[in-house]
Write a protein that binds this ligand. Sequence first.
Ligand SMILES: *[C@@H]1O[C@H](CO)[C@@H](O)[C@H](O)[C@H]1NC(C)=O
Ligand SMILES: *[C@@H]1O[C@H](CO)[C@@H](O)[C@H](O)[C@H]1NC(C)=O
Ligand SMILES: *[C@@H]1O[C@H](CO)[C@@H](O)[C@H](O)[C@H]1NC(C)=O
Ligand SMILES: *[C@@H]1O[C@H](CO)[C@@H](O)[C@H](O)[C@H]1NC(C)=O
Length: 242
Amino acid sequence: MKHQIIFLIIIILQFSTLTLSQTPPSGPTNITQILEKAGQFTTLIRLMKVSQVSDQINTQLNNSNQGNGMTIFAPTDNAFSSLKSGTINTLSAQQQVQLVQFHVLPNFISMSQFQTISNPLRTQAGDSTPGDFPLNVTTSGNQVNVSTGVDDATIANTIYTDGQLAVYQVDKVLQPMSIFAAPAPAMAPTPATLKPKSKSPAGLNPTSGNDDLPAADDSGVERIAMHGTTVLFFGISLFVVL
Ligand SMILES: *[C@@H]1O[C@H](CO)[C@@H](O)[C@H](O)[C@H]1NC(C)=O
Ligand SMILES: *[C@@H]1O[C@H](CO)[C@@H](O)[C@H](O)[C@H]1NC(C)=O
Ligand SMILES: *[C@@H]1O[C@H](CO)[C@@H](O)[C@H](O)[C@H]1NC(C)=O
Ligand SMILES: *[C@@H]1O[C@H](CO)[C@@H](O)[C@H](O)[C@H]1NC(C)=O
């Protein structure tokens, strides 16, 4: 009986050392693997893949010359699904890249460093001047908020940190101003939409080109006249090209 118990203990010990020796990650840091392991980041993983930002991140982390490390704000699947439906799909490919890069900072920032960091932060998306890609951090105690000027996110959790890479879970998708604060495209035929260039097809058929002009009250006469001139010019240049 005693022997059997000792035998059992030895087997258990062997199994536990076996599983322990399997856990240390091997090879270079892989952001996809880190997010897969954490769960609830399938949308972010997919976006990182199609935009090839995950490859960029892995390459930079594996490059020994890149000594500053990296910080990533990782919105959960819930964060993505709380966006208005279709938001991501209506972005251009370039905007999708920028959106993902906006969540990546080109240096390692620990939780405690957020307390003293100066705003705005620089992201991989580029310019942090107002109207472009500014990202600000505010703290209160241990709570860290990130604000874009469009929305605010709270850091919910540290998913990963190794002194070179930090990955923080955030409860919102960080929406950069230059993508989400741009004025909505005006559908109504206001004078501002009558820019000659956007109406180029009108040059082929001047009569139908006037369909969506505002009713010709006194103040509108001049605009219509200018528009007519443009159509005329367009027609002439078309004629010259032909
Ligand atoms: C990173 O991990 C993902 C998923 O586990 C894998 O598909 C990919 O090939 C890995 N990338 C590298 C550079 O090892
Ligand atoms: C990481 O860097 C080393 C040394 O520069 C290189 O040999 C290796 O191929 C790189 N691995 C990946 C996955 O990029
Ligand atoms: C962070 O955001 C939460 C939720 O929006 C808010 O209640 C809290 O006051 C904010 N804290 C700071 C330091 O801005
Ligand atoms: C970010 O911080 C800078 C510097 O304090 C400030 O000028 C700017 O208005 C802030 N922007 C946002 C969106 O909070």
